[in-house]
Design a protein around this ligand. Structure first.
Ligand SMILES: NC(=O)c1ccc[n+]([C@@H]2O[C@H](COP(=O)([O-])OP(=O)(O)OC[C@H]3O[C@@H](n4cnc5c(N)ncnc54)[C@H](O)[C@@H]3O)[C@@H](O)[C@H]2O)c1
Length: 290
């Protein structure tokens, strides 16, 4: 197992990609602290992992709040005595409006959950990661490279994370700490499918055609990359933006529309996930465009 007895904190672990990372890390032998907002099903994910023979503690709190972020890191130390990996994955995608119509409160919420959480968790985790020669993996986005019309602050928040990660990687290399960023394209979570998404039904229907591989990625396909980057197998990887976007970044046309039905089938996967589309439950979502 690639993460045997490694202690990892995963933020945003109750739903979507974070839930998949939690199950994947558990299968690889990691000891986990699963963090999310109070309404997130992190306890449910922790229980599912425990039933399968793994070890996971749930932590509920707003990680953009200094005492709560600090308490999350403290929990890992208290329960497991060390910290080897921080997966900084928490984030929100809660508005769809052109920049002039984008509500200031939505901009502030986006910066808070996407940037401040990552900064605070990194700040509090780093002394312990230095002790273990551990690593941080952030969830960036192809939107952080390419920009994101209709969601400009979201793309900007991910661009921040990409540059922040590179700075951390260079700064912490002398201490033996690695930092990397996984940059997904459209993944099949509440953000790109279903009534909770800020993306309207017509736009949702055209997503797959914009992806050269002709489909959204699955949370498990993204979790697989986190497991590799977190492990000692990635010992020479730091400061990297790891694209997993189905080819969206270099795409120049609707190549995905030409992909046949058989090739569009997502892999079956090995993980049992229950909260893939629950990430936006109870969150206020603003749609100026449908
Ligand atoms: N789904 C996509 O298409 C996609 C594409 C690129 C990048 N991403 C990134 O992947 C990550 C996970 O997204 P997802 O699609 O799984 O969505 P999701 O909504 O299922 O997961 C995000 C989780 O983070 C939690 N969270 C948000 N703010 C928090 C805070 N302040 N404190 C604690 N927890 C908080 C949410 O409640 C939620 O459970 C995000 O960082 C997102 O930017 C997603």
């Amino acid at each position: 197992m690639r993460l045997q007895d490694k202690v990892a904190i995963i933020t945003g672990a109750g739903t979507g990609i974070g839930e998949a990372i939690a199950h994947k890390f558990a299968r690889e032998g990691a000891l986990l602290v699963l963090a999310g907002l109070p309404a997130d099903p992190v306890a449910d994910v922790a229980q599912a992992i425990a039933r399968a023979g793994g070890r996971a503690e749930a932590y509920c709190g707003d990680l953009a709040d200094e005492p709560q972020a600090r308490a999350c890191v403290d929990l890992a130390l208290r329960k497991f005595g060390a910290l080897d990996v921080l997966v900084s994955n928490a984030g929100i995608f809660i508005a769809n409006a052109e920049t002039d119509a984008y509500r200031i409160e939505d901009f502030d919420r986006t910066i808070r959950s996407n940037i401040r959480t990552a900064f605070l968790m990194s700040k509090f985790a780093l002394p312990h990661l230095r002790a273990s020669r551990g690593n941080i993996i952030f969830t960036g986005s192809e939107a952080g490279l390419n920009g994101s019309p209709g969601f400009t602050p979201y793309g900007g928040s991910k661009g921040f994370l990409h540059a922040f990660m590179k700075g951390v990687a260079l700064e912490q290399a002398p201490y033996g700490v690695r930092a990397n960023c996984v940059c997904p394209g459209p993944i099949d979570t509440a953000w790109t499918r279903g009534a909770d998404s800020p993306i309207g039904p017509a736009e949702q229907a055209s997503i797959d055609a914009m992806v050269p591989l002709g489909r959204r990625g699955t949370p498990e396909e993204i979790a697989n990359i986190f497991a590799f980057l977190a492990s000692d197998e990635a010992s020479y990887v730091t400061g990297a933006l790891w694209l997993a976007d189905g080819g969206v970044t270099p795409a120049k046309s609707d190549i995905g529309a030409r992909v046949g039905a058989e090739l569009r089938r997502a892999p079956d996967g090995a993980l049992t996930l229950r909260h893939t589309h629950d990430g936006l439950r109870g969150k206020e979502v603003y749609r100026a465009r449908s």
